[in-house]
Structure formats: C-alpha cells, structure tokens
Design a protein around this ligand. Structure first.
Ligand code: XMP
Length: 516
C-alpha cells in the first residue's frame, strides 16, 4: 500500500492561531495535511510528496524587515498554492505584487461577492459571509493574478492565477464563522490539487499495523497505560499489530477517580484481551505526599515517583525493547514552539510522558493524529465510548483537586463528591460537548452549617465545569440550576465530611481550569 500521507497537503505555518484548524478541516475531508514551519527546508516540505501547499495566516506585515517570507523554491515546484490572509500577502510579495496597510482594518464578518469564475469559488453562493482579521491588504496583485471576489474593504478578497493554480484569500475559510469555508477548502484540495480522500481510520489502522510490525520486528513492547484516550488507543493499535508481545503497565497512584482502576482493567483485560500488569502504588504515593500542600511540590513529587514506580515495574518484565507512548500530533507541533516563549504557570507533568533516558526505543503510533482522529481510530478498533470520550484528567490526578494535604479520607470524600457531580452531568447529557472538563474540588476550609438540629463544621466542595476547545482559555459552564441544586443536596446528604457546595464561576483567564 502507498503511504497514506502521500498526495496530501502541506500547511506552512506563519504563526496564525488557526493553523492547526486548517489541518483539521482538511483531514476531516479524508485528505492528509501536515503543518510545518514556514522556513522548513524544501526537502522536508516535499517528504510526503504533497499535491499542494497552503500558506497560513500570521501576525506579521510582509514589508517589515524580519517578516517571514515565502521560499521561492516552493513556487518553482509548480504545485498549487493557496495563501490564507498573511499567506496571501506573502505570496503576493514573493511574486511582485504590492501589499500595504489597509485604510480600515477589517475584523469580523464581511460579505463577499464573486467577480470572476474560478475552480476555487464558482460553485459557492454568489454572496458569501466570511471571517476577516487583517490590517494589511493587497493593493496590486502579482502579474498573472486576477481578482476573484471582493468585500467592502478588500477589492482583492480572493484572487488567483488560474493557469499556475495559485490562489489567495484574505479571509479565513478554516473558521466556523466562514460558513462556506469547508466547501472552499474542498475545492482547493479536490478540484485544484486533485487529492484523493484516502486518509480514513480503517486505512490508517491497516497502514499503522504494518508499520508497527516493521519497526518492532520480533521484539516486545511496553506501554504505560493511563486510562486516558491516547494511551488507550495506542495500546489497542499496537495490540492489533503484535498481540501478546505488548505488555501494559497500569499504575494506580491512589489519586484516581471512583472506580477508575477497575474500569481500566476491565476494558483492557476483559474486553481487549490485553496483558495488563496492575501496580497498586497508592500507599507509596500517599506516604510520599504526607504533609505536602504546595501545588508545584505535589506535581514534582508525583512526576518523579511515577517514573520510579514505573521503572521498578518495567524491570520485572524482561526482554522489552520498545516503550510505547501516546504522543499525538498537536504535541509534536507544539513541542517545537513551547520550548521558547511560554512562561510557566504550572509545570504540566504528564504521567504518561516518560523521559527518554528510561532506556527504551520509542514507539509512537499516534504521532500523526489529531485528537478527533485518535477517537475515530479508537472507535474503529472497538474501544468503548466511555474510554474514547473521557474528559482529560491531569497526570497528578486528584492530588491537585484535593487542596491542602492529600490524605486517604479526604481523597475518598473527593471521589464520592466527584462521582455524584460527574454522574449527574452524564445522565443529563452534559459531559460531552457542553462541558470539556467537569470535576469536584475539595477545599481545606471548614464552614459552619446546620443539619437537623445540629451545628456542623465541615469542609467545602467546589464544583468546576468549563467549556473550551483548546484548554488555553475557558468559560465556566452555564449549568442548569436544577442540576446544581440536585448535586448540591446529594453531596451534602451522602458524602460525610462535607456541609457546603459551591459552583466556580471563574473563567480562564483569570482563573485556571484546575484549582492548583
Ligand atoms: P489549567 O489548570 O492550567 O489546565 O487551566 C489546563 C489543562 O491541563 C490540565 N492539567 C494538567 N495535566 N499534568 C497534566 O497532565 C498537570 O500537572 C496538569 N495541570 C493541569 C488540566 O486538567 C486542563 O485540562
């Protein structure tokens, strides 16, 4: 079989916040798209023989001294190019057109009118609503280009050199606010680039199984199973490829949610028939956490201890050459960017992310997939929905939701409160979509209450539910009052040690999603 990544599209990243979205939109059409830095060497850009290129938007102005430009060697390839926003300006600049600051900046919705027929736009409605976000605009198109569509502020809202298959759009077809955007991208990939829609879960599984077998040969593979979506799908995929030469280790840190360890063992041992070693290290973790209250200290301690526990477990299974990780595509794209700019708010020790020095060769079968693709592959491998649609759970687990000292009784209290809240959301259909992360937090604060005729003096539970796509910013979820009311009553009535329940109405920023 040909490599499924061949004949797709390469997206050159000029720094837009929407770059990954372009790739996701294209992959949703069954066409492979990869994101590469705009300055990547030509041979890297051509590695998977793309049928065309997309130049993303970005924050720069092409006429600034250090502005990122278009590699002229790309133009010499003779393959179709679509420039989006800054990408269109970079294309214009490279080909001898003129870009200048627009008299009025154009942000938000704009109405687009066709001026000329082209394979990019001519099957779309005569007037289109599009999403604009730009300060510069094209004053004069490069030689050979003709205007295709205009908006009030942009006479060249879309342009093209139809003979050379070069196109530019000033708006963002990848965002939801451009309702016909996907149709435009489909025109580019299918009509203009001639891509085939063979990037599908079943084909991916078939190809990955072959690739895993080729990489692993007769050797054995070890996997740290966390119960999260990525390690679950990686495990199921590798198991499909090499069967019982895969051994998984599942560590119970004692910081998991109610019933979580049992569920993970049931799904992977009974349903998937995998060899899963279970290490109950709860006591070790709780012992180490005694007296520790500072959030970063908790994280560091748990991250280090996890590695020690995992190493000790791994030493008991002999003959392992590979360590499998559930690294996914956004991790790959972001790891390059993350090392530079961002200021550490919290050190996110991901328990699944074991360091390279642990002494294995790495096997990362999901490196090319976005999260939604991971889920589709998982579904095609027969994993149940409640594993695939799990909300993200932080590596340090309940330790960073149990504020103050982490003790077994306090964790039990938190587990029960959390299960009541999450169970109610699930029953109301609010766990998928309406909320991206929903959980309970236990505060080390006592408040006075009254139950029956008695004064109570007990701890406080906070309910936290947020809506977000990217976890970088988040809105608190506007949950129905009735649901909050029921959950509050149940927690105070059923969970010993809690007499007050509050709902967190802080967005991110200024809050973070977790409380520690
Ligand atoms: P914050 O609290 O920073 O969280 O708004 C953003 C996302 O990251 C998760 N998170 C973590 N994940 N180790 C992890 O693996 C950590 O230490 C950690 N801290 C926060 C959080 O649950 C949310 O999804």
């Amino acid at each position: 079989m040909n490599d499924l990544r061949q004949g797709g599209v390469v997206i050159l990243d000029y720094g837009s916040q929407y770059t990954q979205l372009i790739a996701r939109r294209i992959r949703e059409q069954g066409v492979y798209a990869e994101v590469l830095p705009h300055a990547a060497p030509l041979e890297r850009l051509l590695r998977h023989q793309p049928a065309g290129f997309i130049l993303s938007g970005g924050p720069s102005s092409v006429y600034e001294a250090a502005a990122p430009q278009l590699n002229p060697a790309l133009l010499a390839q003779g393959r179709p190019i679509l420039g989006i926003c800054y990408g269109m300006q970079a294309l214009t600049h490279a080909l001898g057109g003129v870009v200048a600051p627009a008299r009025a900046r154009e942000y938000g919705r704009a109405s687009l009118t066709h001026r000329r027929r082209s394979p990019l736009l001519d099957d779309l409605p005569e007037t289109l609503t599009v999403w604009m976000s730009h300060g510069d605009r094209i004053e004069q198109p490069p030689p050979g280009f003709v205007p295709l569509a205009e908006s009030d502020n942009s006479p060249l809202a879309a342009m093209g050199d139809l003979a050379r298959h070069l196109y530019g759009v000033q708006f963002h077809p990848e965002v939801q606010h451009t309702p016909q955007g996907v149709a435009l991208l489909r025109n580019f990939i299918f009509r203009i680039c001639g891509c085939a829609d063979h990037w599908q879960p079943a084909a991916f599984i078939e190809q990955s199984v072959a690739a895993i077998r080729a990489q692993v040969g007769p050797e054995r593979v070890l996997l740290a199973l966390s119960g999260g979506v990525d390690s679950a799908v990686a495990g199921a995929l590798i198991h499909r490829a090499i069967g019982d030469r895969l051994t998984s280790i599942f560590v119970n840190t004692g910081l998991l949610r109610l019933g979580e360890a049992e569920q993970v063992l049931h799904v992977f041992r009974e349903q998937q028939g995998m060899d899963v070693r279970y290490a109950d290290a709860s006591e070790t973790f709780l012992e180490a956490l005694r007296g520790v209250t500072e959030p970063e200290a908790k994280r560091k301690l748990i991250g280090r201890l996890f590695i020690d526990v995992f190493k000790a477990q791994a030493a008991q299974v002999s003959g392992m050459r590979f360590l499998a990780q559930g690294t996914i595509y956004p991790d790959v794209i972001e790891s390059a960017a993350a090392s530079s700019a961002s200021h550490t708010i919290k050190s996110h020790h991901n328990v699944g992310g074991l360091p390279a020095e642990i002494g294995f060769e790495l096997l990362e079968p999901l490196r090319d997939l976005f999260k939604d693709e991971v889920r589709r592959v998982g579904a095609a491998l027969g994993l149940p929905e409640d594993i695939l649609w799990r909300q993200p759970f932080p590596g340090p687990g309940l330790a960073i939701r149990c504020l103050g000292e982490v003790t077994f009784p306090r964790l039990e209290t938190l587990r029960q409160a959390d299960a009541i809240f999450v169970g109610a959301l699930q029953a109301a259909g609010l766990l998928r979509g309406a909320t991206a992360q929903s959980f309970a937090v236990l505060l080390p604060v006592k408040s006075v209450g009254v139950m029956g005729d008695n004064r109570t003096y007990e701890e406080v539970v906070v309910l936290r539910a947020v809506a977000t796509d990217d976890f970088m910013t988040a809105d608190w979820a506007k949950l129905p009052y009735d649901l909050l009311d029921t959950v509050s009553r149940r927690i105070v009535n059923e969970v010993p040690g809690v007499n007050r329940v509050t709902y967190d109405i802080t967005g991110k920023p200024p809050g973070t999603i977790e409380w520690e």
